[in-house]
Design a protein around this ligand. Structure first.
Ligand SMILES: NC(=O)C1=CN([C@@H]2O[C@H](COP(=O)(O)OP(=O)(O)OC[C@H]3O[C@@H](n4cnc5c(N)ncnc54)[C@H](O)[C@@H]3O)[C@@H](O)[C@H]2O)C=CC1
Ligand SMILES: O=C(O)[C@H]1O[C@H](OP(=O)(O)OP(=O)(O)OC[C@H]2O[C@@H](n3ccc(=O)[nH]c3=O)[C@H](O)[C@@H]2O)[C@H](O)[C@@H](O)[C@@H]1O
Length: 437
């Protein structure tokens, strides 16, 4: 199939590349000329494992092109995918200005039988609005489908190639069949292709993200309780997870969820509740718990230093909102950095991929280190925000030697409490009792 993929961010680039990899002819369009120029040279503007090889391979095979020319990409396309950003607007609802700019721009060039497919996460009713807008602009009925995306950053290729399910929202069965054919190569293990109304598809995406965010805020709340009352949240997590009705996934306590999606999607769903006249009390709680959780390491640090952080130096491991990505949007680490700097502390940081993005914001306010152990030199304590694999088994004797005092604030529960006690650390973690030597 000939496909135009408009918006080549995390989702658009992965979607376009994976469709090209299964033999389709894909033209990726982006408004950002520098990004397009880099992609034309096979340079990937983001860190996403496996993506660069796939982009280069499909570009070399001539199946994957990059352009800023929307009209040229749309005029030959059977499917025009929209993957532009839908960030949080000032009122909390999704800001759809990029999406409408693309709809307006593509309308004069859309083939009569082509379908516009909304891949971006958009509020219920957006598909219907796009349908009406295209009808007005073209003077005819155009196909508009919804096909929300469930990939995770850091595992995006695998998630896209082996989805748990594919959801499409269509008005016209033929469009549904075309999308079923498009996805067939990715669904060979009998994973479901679910066809529903555009409204249900739009809502499915938000409900999925809100459910996952709720699980995280739920376990974080329980972790805060275990810290105060006694017990170990990891044991509690195991205790509940073996109940197959509950399960284990997305129940790791931590420093709160970040990223470009959970925070904005929970708030956009809240806005949809408000629009429907229903009090979004549960989602507000999920969001509030998460915002507070982002300060949990700072609270522990203040506890240890009796609120006097001026002149102290902290080493921070992990800046990205999660491992295997360079994305720092809404990353909990940024909240910690901000508060440590405001309290007069010095901050030395290390992240395997996200340092450049953080340096673009903080410049010389931070000290950037290439290696985890280097971060510890002259530091009073270590704070961990992201569970990159390389932080899991450091040489603890070296860690102890390099730090001016053996103190760790672990926001991801990477280490065993009893072992840390034996090694002589003061070790704060999430939902477990603080270890003191
Ligand atoms: N990042 C993720 O893991 C996931 C994101 N989503 C959703 O997918 C959508 C896209 O998200 P990301 O890829 O993360 O965003 P992004 O911000 O990484 O990429 C958006 C791209 O759209 C381009 N763009 C903006 N206006 C344009 C225009 N008028 N014409 C052409 N290109 C334009 C931007 O230059 C940018 O390259 C959002 O709705 C998001 O909620 C859904 C699932 C996963
Ligand atoms: O709509 C989206 O953009 C995507 O949002 C999330 O994907 P992503 O934000 O890339 O990353 P996750 O792995 O879901 O992690 C999100 C945040 O939750 C945190 N998290 C995750 C799991 C957990 O058990 N505990 C926890 O604190 C992570 O550290 C991270 O900050 C969803 O998992 C995807 O299905 C969805 O497509």
């Amino acid at each position: 199939m000939k496909i135009a993929m408009v918006g080549t961010g995390y989702v658009g680039l992965v979607t376009g590349t994976c469709f090209a990899d299964s033999g389709n002819q894909v033209t990726c369009v982006d408004i950002n000329a520098a990004k397009v120029a880099a992609l034309q040279e096979g340079k990937i503007p983001i860190f996403e494992p496996g993506l660069e090889e796939l982009v280069v391979r499909n570009s070399e095979a001539g199946r994957l092109l990059f352009t800023t020319d929307l009209a040229a990409a749309v005029k030959d396309a059977e499917l025009v995918y929209l993957g532009v950003g839908t960030p949080q607007g000032d009122d909390g609802a999704a800001d759809l200005s990029a999406l409408w700019a693309v709809v307006d721009g593509l309308a004069p060039h859309l083939q009569p039988d082509a379908a516009v497919v909304i891949k971006s996460t958009v509020p219920v009713g957006t598909n219907a609005q796009a349908y009406a807008r295209l009808k007005e602009l073209t003077g005819r009925e155009c196909h508009v489908a919804s096909n929300p995306e469930f990939l995770k950053e850091g595992a995006a290729i695998d998630d896209f190639m082996k989805p748990d399910r594919v959801v499409v929202g269509v008005r016209d069965e033929k469009v549904g069949e075309k999308l079923r054919r498009l996805y067939a190569p990715f669904l060979r293990t009998e994973k479901p292709f679910l066809v529903m109304s555009p409204e249900s598809a739009e809502l499915t995406k938000y409900v999925a993200n809100a459910m996952l965010a709720t699980k995280i805020s739920f376990i974080n709340t329980m972790a805060n309780l275990t810290e105060k009352l006694g017990g170990d949240i990891n044991d509690v997590r195991r205790g509940i997870g073996h109940d197959s009705r509950i399960g284990f996934s997305f129940l790791f306590p931590g420093v709160g969820y970040g990223g470009s999606c959970f925070p904005k999607d929970v708030r956009a769903l809240e806005a949809m509740f408000a629009r429907a006249g229903i009090d979004p009390v549960m989602l507000q709680a999920v969001d509030k718990i998460n915002e507070e959780q982002k300060s949990t390491l700072l609270e522990k640090i203040n506890d240890y230093y009796s609120d006097d952080l001026a002149g102290k130096t902290f080493a921070i491991w992990g800046l990205a909102f999660k491992p295997r990505t360079d994305d720092i949007r809404e990353a909990p680490a940024l909240v910690l950095i901000e508060k440590l700097l405001a309290a007069g502390a010095k901050v030395r940081v290390h992240d395997p991929e996200a340092t450049e993005n953080v340096a673009a914001i903080y410049g010389d306010k931070l000290i950037y280190c290439d290696l985890p152990l280097e971060t510890l030199e002259g530091a009073d304590a270590l704070a961990i925000n992201t569970e990159w694999a390389e932080f899991r088994q450091p040489d603890m004797n070296e860690v102890k030697r390099l730090l001016s005092a053996p103190v760790i604030f672990d926001g991801r529960n990477l280490y065993d409490c009893a072992t840390m006690k034996d090694l002589g650390f003061t070790y704060y973690s999430i939902g477990r009792q603080t270890v003191r030597p």
